[in-house]
Ligand binder design. Sequence first.
Ligand code: IMP
Ligand code: MG
Length: 182
Amino acid sequence: MHEVTIDDKRFELFIDSANIAQKISETGKLIAEEYRGNNPVFLCVLNGAYVFAADLLRQIDIPAEVSFIKLSSYEGTSSTGNVQTLIGLNGELRNRHVVLIEDIIDTGKTIHDLLPRIKEKSPASVKLVSLLSKPDARTHEVTIDFTCFEIPDKFVIGYGLDYNGWGRTLPDIYTLAEDMQG
Ligand code: IMP
Ligand code: MG
């Protein structure tokens, strides 16, 4: 599909599934090398990262645990900026090597708020892997250890990312059409 329409918005193909798979394979190998022997804990940040996590983790051929956490603050096509609640952070992280899996780092606020709450649990290390990053949208400084794609400051959907709950199941990534921005 070259275009999809959701509600009032038109989206155009931006990164196709073959391209995504290639990049994830490379990133998975890098992570596996870095964590071999360390039995890391991967924390997938729901909802958006579920597709990325499923594909990425199957490219990481080392023993690892996987857990899921969730927080929410996004409505429409821009962050609401409200304080977010965190659920699912139940397991023991003390002295563990933690890798957060995110779909996209936009303003950086979500990760900025989340990191201290992970560090409170005294892990041995915390790193961040994100499928997408919008460096131009950053309002909070964030170190991303592994990024698959750096993209312009445009709203995207597909491959786990949604617009008002829709679009997550698309196998490719789409961007809001130029005449729809703003
Ligand atoms: P941040 O706190 O501004 O970095 O935004 C983080 C969260 O907002 C991401 O984990 C996504 O769930 C959501 N988000 C940011 N940009 C987009 C986008 O372009 N499409 C869909 N969701 C997005
Ligand atoms: Mg997210």
